[in-house]
Every structure is written in C-alpha cells, then in structure tokens.
Design a binder for this molecule. Structure first.
Ligand code: FES
Length: 117
C-alpha cells in the first residue's frame, strides 16, 4: 500500500520569481518581485506601484519603458491592432503590460509612476 504522507498534496509549491527594478527618469529606484507568467505592469500593481497605463493589451503604448538590464518575453501575442510589436519596437522600448521577466530586470518607464503606496 502506498504511503501518501508527504505526497503531492502536501508538497510546498515553489514559485520562481525575479527582482524587477524600476528607475525614475529623474533618479531613484524601486524594486519588487515578479513572476515569469505575470506581466511586469501587473506585478508592479501588486507591489503597490502605480504605473501610467491605458489599454493593458499592448495597443496604446503608454506603458513604454527602456529595458536597461535583463531578459523579457511577450506574455501573449500582441493584438493584431497593436501599434508595434512590443519586443520589436524601433525606439528601444518595451511595453510593461505585455512582457514578463525571464531574469532579474531593470527598466525605466517613460511615463510618470508612483509608489509603492
Ligand atoms: S497599457 Fe496600453 S500598451 Fe500597455
């Protein structure tokens, strides 16, 4: 008879997370944790940071940020009506609502943000 003590139902769930650092354009930095399946905009909101956002679907581009360090990927396919591909933007920016971290990252949002609150 199998011993179910310590089986799958009692194993602790280990979730990978990465440090996300946001720079203010005029100096200062805040760090928080982000998970590989959660957009950086969503992780920021969960950490009490208020980013400037609009559509949250990769269309309006108000959440642009410079990726200064680290790796990211698209959380999902961008909308066909997207202004540009979030990872193929020609201005060197990414869209915080459309990307997830693949490592520790450092970003500088172009729009104002506050927090944590
Ligand atoms: S909030 Fe519109 S593209 Fe990110």
């Amino acid at each position: 008879m199998p011993n179910l003590a310590g089986g799958l139902g009692t194993q602790p769930v280990t979730r990978m997370s990465f440090q996300i650092r946001l720079n203010h354009l005029d100096g200062g930095q805040v760090a928080f944790s982000g998970e590989p399946e959660v957009s950086i905009a969503r992780s920021a909101a969960l950490a009490g940071i208020q980013l400037t956002t609009g559509c949250l679907q990769g269309r309006c581009a108000i959440c642009r940020a410079y990726l200064q360090q680290g790796s990211v990927r698209l959380r999902r396919r961008p909308s066909p009506s997207a202004l540009t591909s979030p990872l193929a933007r020609t201005d060197g920016t990414v869209l915080l609502c459309a990307i997830v971290p693949l490592s520790a990252v450092e970003l500088t949002p172009l729009s104002p943000w506050t927090g944590p609150v």
